[in-house]
Design a protein around this ligand. Structure first.
Ligand code: NAD
Length: 349
């Protein structure tokens, strides 16, 4: 299979997951190495072919699909950070819309126009943000909720979802889409809320909380997300959309409190951490929550997302196995504490 954007974040977790779950499959990763500019996460792994390239390069993608006889494309590559989409939307149009369309054209050429017509799958990874925002008592997003994206990021993902749908309906490309909630876990770039707050706390930097901190998100452990995509690729109907969630609706403030409590607890249990992270308040017995800092709200900040994933549960047997945020967070924190060299590279970049 061809995995786009496999060199960071969810894509890296997915490649690692797939390597274990399907050891005989050949995996090619196509990634432009944005931000980091170097390979970090899959280097040294057996059975992975890495191609440094851009999803906008239609000829390259077409050649990869055809020459390596690949029948599955899992598309993670994106500009993914909402704040960056507010300060510079152009890259989001280019990668998320033009890039996804370029992949669709390549897949159509390789699999339909000049290919064998064999079964194939184009899986597009999208977000619950395409559905807009909810009030406190509104029902959760379902697959039929009308799209109402509010940030340039969400609008670019919505546009890409529509193009994927159109290539399925118009040309018969065998596509699936998953719209998932906020992911957390290893290998997340420290601009996303959870790794940002962990790494800031360890360096005694402020923990910036937008507005009143009462924005609510559903939190999905990345391992559960990978299992959901595996189910969709194996059993999901072509032309279908599935919502994927973790069943963990929490306010940002509650997330920050959990992070702070988790860090304090880790320092109490492991005295070596005080020596490794000397600047951290927890190293001096000071509560990590002392770093909390309320900042001006993000423009257009959606108030609440909640995801109804009963369709994938009913049809494909999906269940979030890490449905408890405290449990999922403690293994995530342990990973960031152990892999300081990994995130320090980015923090200093
Ligand atoms: P990320 O930004 O951490 O990683 C994106 C990867 O794509 C990087 O390796 C980057 O180098 C690569 N990339 C970017 N532009 C590229 C291009 N033009 N060509 C080739 N490679 C390119 O993203 P993430 O948080 O892991 O998200 C992965 C996918 O999941 C995205 O499509 C995102 O919209 C979606 N998603 C993420 C979340 C979340 O909580 N992180 C939630 C819902 C949906």
């Amino acid at each position: 299979l061809l995995v786009t954007g496999g060199e960071r974040g969810i894509g890296t977790n997915f490649v690692r997951y797939w390597r274990n779950a399907h050891p005989n499959d050949e995996i090619t990763v196509l990634d432009a190495l944005t931000y980091a500019g170097r390979r970090e996460n899959l280097a040294g792994m057996d059975g992975i072919t890495f191609v440094h390239g851009n999803i906008c390069d239609q000829a390259l993608v077409e050649m990869l699909l055809r020459d390596r006889a690949m029948d599955t494309l899992v598309h993670f590559a994106a500009e993914s950070h909402v704040d960056r989409s507010i300060s510079g939307p152009d890259a989001f149009i280019e990668t998320n819309i033009v890039g996804t369309h370029s992949l669709l054209k390549a897949a159509k050429r390789a699999w339909l126009d000049t290919g064998s017509g064999k079964p194939h799958r184009f899986h597009h990874v999208s977000t619950d943000e395409v559905y807009g925002t909810l009030g406190p008592d509104d029902p959760a997003f379902t697959e039929t909720t009308a799209y109402a994206p509010n940030s340039p990021y969400a609008a670019s993902k919505a546009a890409s979802d529509h193009m994927v749908r159109a290539y399925s309906r118009t040309f018969g490309l065998q596509t699936t889409i998953s719209n998932c909630s906020n992911n957390y876990g290893p290998y997340q770039f420290p601009e996303k809320l959870i790794p940002l707050f962990i790494t800031n706390a360890l360096h005694a930097k402020p923990l910036p909380i937008y507005g009143d901190g009462q924005n609510v998100r559903d939190w999905l452990h990345v391992d559960d997300h990978c299992r959901a995509i595996d189910l969709i690729l194996g059993k999901g109907q072509a032309g279908t959309v599935y919502n994927v969630g973790g069943g963990q609706e929490m306010s940002n403030l509650a997330i920050v409190e959990s992070i702070c409590a988790g860090i304090d607890d880790a320092f109490t249990r492991d005295p070596n951490l005080a020596g490794r992270f000397k600047a951290a308040p927890a190293a001096r017995g000071v509560a990590t929550s002392s770093l909390k800092s309320f900042v001006t709200d993000r423009l257009g900040h959606d108030r609440r997302y909640a995801i109804d994933c009963s369709k994938i549960e009913r049809e494909l047997g999906y269940r979030a196995q890490i449905g408890d945020f405290i449990e999922g967070f403690s293994t995530t924190l342990a990973w960031y504490l152990k892999n300081q060299d990994w995130w320090l590279n980015f923090k200093q970049a």
